[in-house]
Structures are given as C-alpha cells and as structure tokens.
Design a protein around this ligand. Structure first.
Ligand SMILES: Cc1ncc(COP(=O)(O)O)c(C=O)c1O
Length: 392
C-alpha cells in the first residue's frame, strides 16, 4: 500500500487492528504464481479470456463440488454450485433476486457491515436479531418473526455468518442451527449463510470441530451458502462460490447480470482451478490456520495481560476477529479516535448494527494483518487509551 491508499488518519507505521484483510505476506505464493504462468502460457488462455459459461468455469466448479462433498459428507451435483465474483457479488445477487417487495431481511446484531450496506442499497428493510457469545439466539429470532408477522410483514431471508462471525468471532452451535432451520421451515424464509471463514478454523474442519453448515444440516433445502477465495487465497482474485438447490442456482445463473456478462471472472477462475487442482490450496490453508491461530493467541494473551478488568472480549476458534465489550462509561468512538492518535487503528462497534447506538460500547479487533509484536503493542496502547477515555 502506498501512503495515499491508506485509510484516513493511518500512516505506514499505524498498527492495523481494523481491517479484516489476510496477511499480505501470504498472498503471492510461488505456487499461485506458477499457476498464473501456466495458464498464461497455454492455449487455455484464449478460452480464459473469452466470456465464460454463465455458471462459471467448469473445472473450478468440479473441484469445489468434490471438496465440499468430501468435507461436509454431502451428496452434491455440479448443478448445486455456481462461481461468483466473491461473496459480495453473491450477497448482492441474492438480495436482488430473493428480497420480496415489501419484505424484510433478518440480520444478526451485530452483522457484517458491508452486507448491511448492500441490503440498504437495495432499500431492503432490515430486522436485527440479538446474539450472545454463542451467536444468534433462536428464541429472539422467533420473537422477531412473530412480531413481523403480526404487522403483516414476512422475512424474505435470514443473512447469517455462522462461523467465526464478522465482527464477533463467535460460532453458532449445531443445536441452534437446527432450531433456526426449524423456524425457517415454519415461517417460510430462506437462510443465506455467508461462510467465508469456515476453512479458517484453528483446529481444522474435521467433523465435530466446526458445526455442520446450515446447507448440510438442512439437506440443501431452503439454504444458500456462500464461500470465497478472499480469506484463504487472495481477495484481489475476486472469486467465490454460491451453493444451493439446483433451481436456486439456475435462477441466479439465469439472472440479468450473469446472462449479460457471462460467468464470474473466467480468467482468474482458470488460474485458481489450475492452482487448486495441483493440490496447493489445502496446504496453504493449513499454513494459514496456524498463522492466524498464533496471532489470535498473542492477541488473547495481550488482552488478558493489559486490559482493565471491566472490559470483556470473545475467544474465537477461527477467523480474523475478536469483539470487545467496553464498560458503560467508555465510548468506542472516543477510543477509536485516541487510539489512532497513538498509532493504532481499530473498528468502533456502531457500524455493525442496524441501530448504531447498540455498538457504542464495542470495538472489533482484527488480528489477521498485523504481526504478533504489533498486536501485543497495539493492545497494550488500546488498554491505556480505554482507561484514559472513561467519562467521569
Ligand atoms: C462475512 C464476510 N462476508 C464477505 C466478505 C467479503 O468477501 P469477498 O471478498 O468474497 O467479497 C467479508 C470480508 O470481510 C466478510 O467478513
């Protein structure tokens, strides 16, 4: 990043505990570079540079279907998956196609800020559902849906980040997922799971470590599941996938933007397929898990050592984020502003809520793109700033 690319107020020496970006040093591996060179220097490059099949590059679809089948014990066909230009593309497409006129979209409180941005762009009414340390609370979901229904409204879908949630880092238990699937069936709404952190479970993704996806638990019914290469390879590739029932995938394949522009990023998809089929992605993911686990542990140890006793935080088992709860007399915006003056960039909680005021005593820390030493120094500074910001 050059100085002019940096977020406002940030210098090249600022400790970046705000951005949920992968560690830059992990992005260009020799294996990825090799895959790029192989595609560019083969006759395949002409197909890769043409408009691609609407559903996406077939070799990549085949690879992903096999991976998901193997890891989640599912029976899947290539018609269950399409390639998308990152999770953002999928969320936008689903919002466009599935939010009914006058309908409501259910989101977690807090939720991923940019998904909320997309829903607002589509002028969708949002209804937020409280979470606790174990994620979305099914009882609260039912209460809200019943309340909507009493007011003549019905939810089109629930948008959820079930694993290593952005921003809280929490993971929804299997029991809660099953309850939520029951509610979706009773009240007739779709579940859209944005599962971009699933592979970044610190202990791997074998059965029992990460709960089954909504898609797997619901046997593929009434669920759309999104994954990407942004967190486990490189976000600049702008590549991901959407998994769903064949008729839902067909609906997305047939939508205007897909039909007009062809399948998502065929050139990049050919490179990523080449890379994945050479077996390098799995090894890369194993390395990333260990890298981010170390950083998370450094962050948790520093929080334990430096934070005032009235500050609370989550203990994620994967992903990029830790969520801090500040005492009532400390405001996230004050902490953010003062911390930046001391060279530490963090995200204040307000932006993650439909009703901003709900996040005025929260901060999100991302441990993914700062070095361990920076994480420890950053948290030490943050603790001092929190103490200094108390309103008396
Ligand atoms: C929950 C969630 N979904 C989607 C994205 C963005 O994904 P993509 O780069 O595939 O558009 C992020 C990135 O921070 C995220 O945290």
């Amino acid at each position: 990043m050059t100085a002019q690319d940096l977020p406002q107020g940030m210098t090249e020496n600022t400790i970046p505990l705000m951005l949920g970006h992968p560690d830059p040093a992990t992005l260009l591996t020799p294996e990825l570079l090799h895959a790029m060179q192989r595609v560019i220097s083969s006759p395949q490059v002409y197909t890769a540079l043409q408009y691609g099949p609407e559903q996406g590059t077939q070799s990549l679809i085949k690879f992903l279907v096999e991976k998901i089948k193997r890891e989640q014990g599912l029976s899947l066909h290539s018609g269950n998956l399409m390639v998308v230009g990152g999770s953002t593309h999928a969320v936008d497409m689903v919002a466009r196609l599935y939010a009914r006129a006058g309908g409501v979209v259910l989101v977690e409180a807090p939720t991923y800020v940019d998904a909320m941005h997309i829903f607002r762009d589509h002028q969708i009414e949002l209804c937020s559902i409280p979470m606790d340390e174990d994620g979305l609370i099914p009882r609260e979901l039912e209460k809200q849906v019943a309340h909507l229904s009493a007011n003549g409204k019905s939810p089109s879908f629930l948008y959820t980040v079930p694993n290593f949630h952005n921003p809280t880092g929490s993971t929804l238990s299997e029991a809660r997922r099953r309850e939520i699937i029951g509610l979706a069936r009773t009240y007739g709404f779709l579940i859209v799971e944005d599962d971009v952190y699933r592979d970044l479970s610190f202990e791997g993704v074998t059965e029992g470590v990460v709960p089954g996806s909504f898609y797997a638990l619901a046997q593929g019914k009434q669920v759309l599941s999104i994954g990407n290469f942004s967190k486990t390879l490189a976000p600049g590739l702008r590549l991901g996938w959407l998994l769903g029932a064949e008729d839902d995938i067909q609906r997305c394949v047939n939508c205007g933007t897909t039909q007009m522009g062809g399948g998502a990023n065929p050139f990049v998809a050919n490179i990523v397929a080449e890379y994945c089929l050479s077996g390098h992605w799995e090894t890369h993911i194993v390395n990333l898990r260990s890298l981010y686990k170390t950083r998370c542990n450094v962050a948790l140890a520093a929080l334990e050592q430096y934070m005032p006793t009235d500050v609370g935080w989550t203990r994620p088992a994967g992903g990029f984020f830790i969520w801090l709860s500040l005492p009532e007399n400390v405001f996230a915006q004050d902490v953010k502003r003062l911390a930046l003056q001391e060279g530490v960039l963090v995200a204040a909680g307000e932006g993650f809520f439909v009703t901003a005021v709900e996040g005025e005593h929260n901060l999100r820390l991302a441990f993914s793109c700062a070095a361990p030493g920076e994480i420890e120094t950053g948290i030490c500074i943050l603790a001092e700033v929190i103490d200094r910001s108390r309103v008396r």
